[in-house]
Design a protein around this ligand. Structure first.
Ligand code: FES
Length: 407
């Protein structure tokens, strides 16, 4: 663990990085353990290979280093962060350091006592996930019976006076329920509702054929969201982002590689993005043996795709490159086999057809269009499936021309 005796100020850190801004957002993935088994989980499919967790002291060291570097926002995530019984200790330390803290949780294990303790420790905000507005689908998608419990947890969160974001990951199963999901958020008194269309990494990538919606489903859902924004926008702010597979220009993923986001996985691996663990040849530095400042400013993992210099054509000469920064490196790898390629969501990419094909297949599941039919069972996130996938040479063979596997 790093020597913390000489913390640097934001300005010193910035200067030390030669003009590179410090991280703003630290995501502490405290554990990969989780009581749910969501089919769209963004954790790596081989998480069982990385299950050794940092100790409380090591996490406290990470928080101090990150704050000294300049990070201001801190998300406690997982897996399910409530699986760690030192969460309150970490929240208290984060509060002392001056972080704005957010607990990203399924709600399972969030008892009244823990809510009270977290409030006393200084937790600022809670993001509670639901899988759907119906018990049937919520419980199917998480492979648990947790819908009623989540309802009770939402009520308790509000009773303890926390601002609450309700989060629901959207896909072809629950997009037709968007109106009910919004009604549920309103009834629960959520200040924010994040309708997060599935991003196809990790388990969601493995289950892509089952989860990918049709364009019509998305358009209908978006129209519903617009209607609610007009009538209820004051009470609850609704975020709805169309999944990038349906766009012609890529998203500015992570707001730039090594620009604002710094993730730390349960085992101490430092992550430039949520899915970086899947990029081959990218050696992730570990907070157990490398100072966070060195990781951020000097490591190959954090500098490899920072800025614009790494770009190949067509990004290099593109007049939009400063806007989207070439899109998502993980998507480029998953769909083209090379993380340094343009994100194939972009229609200037020579691999754009790979994205078009996925969208077309979701719309027309005729036999000749869907060699991997949706009848194929969903692979739920659990230890047994993770071990199976970790043992395999690759994961979820991708039909888009890319390798479709993890490193
Ligand atoms: Fe890794 Fe987009 S998720 S760069």
């Amino acid at each position: 663990m790093t020597d913390l005796s000489q913390p640097v100020t934001d300005a010193e850190a910035h200067a030390a990085g030669g003009g590179v801004a410090p991280p703003l957002w630290l995501l502490a993935e405290l554990t990969y353990r989780c009581p749910l088994h969501c089919a769209f989980c963004y954790n790596p499919v081989d998480y069982t290979d990385h299950s050794r967790e940092l100790s409380t002291e090591q996490w406290i060291g990470v928080l101090r280093e990150a704050r000294a570097l300049g990070a201001a926002q801190l998300g406690f995530s997982g897996g399910e962060p409530l699986m760690r019984d030192d969460l309150e200790v970490l929240v208290e330390e984060a509060r002392k350091l001056g972080f704005y803290t957010n607990l990203i949780t399924s709600g399972i294990g969030l008892t009244d006592k823990r809510l009270g303790d977290l409030k006393a420790a200084g937790l600022d905000h809670i993001q509670l996930s639901f899988q759907d507005s119906t018990q049937e689908l919520n419980d199917f998608l998480s492979s648990t019976r947790t819908f009623d419990l989540k309802q009770r947890v939402a009520t308790s969160i509000k009773r303890h006076g926390f601002p609450m974001v309700l989060n629901c990951v959207l896909h072809r199963y629950n997009l037709p329920h968007v109106d009910k999901i919004i009604d549920m958020a309103l009834a629960m008194g959520a200040e924010y509702l994040e309708l997060a269309n599935t991003q196809y990494y990790g388990w969601a990538h493995t289950n892509q054929a089952q989860l990918m919606p049709t364009r019509e489903q998305l358009e209908e859902a978006e129209a519903v969201v617009e209607r609610y924004r007009r009538t209820h926008g004051e009470r609850c702010k609704i975020f709805f982002v169309v999944p990038d597979y349906f766009e012609r220009r890529p998203k500015r993923c992570m707001n730039g590689w090594g620009a604002v986001f710094l993730g730390v996985a349960p085992d101490g691996a430092a992550l430039p993005c949520h899915a970086a663990r899947g990029l081959p040849g990218l050696v992730l530095p570990n907070v157990k043996d490398t100072p966070l400042r060195e990781i951020w400013y000097e490591s190959d993992a954090f500098t490899r795709f920072r800025g614009l210099d790494w770009m190949k054509e067509p990004c290099r000469s593109c007049d939009e490159k400063e806007h989207d920064l070439g899109g998502c490196r993980c998507q480029a790898y998953l769909l083209t086999g090379d993380a340094a390629n343009a994100d194939p969501v972009c229609d200037k990419s020579p691999f754009h057809e790979a994205v078009v094909k996925v969208v077309r297949r979701a719309a027309a599941p005729a036999a000749h269009e869907a060699p991997e039919p949706r009848e194929q069972p969903i692979l739920f996130r659990n230890d047994a499936n993770s071990r199976k996938l970790a043992a395999a040479a690759f994961v979820a063979p991708d039909e888009q021309g890319g390798p479709g596997g993890r490193a």
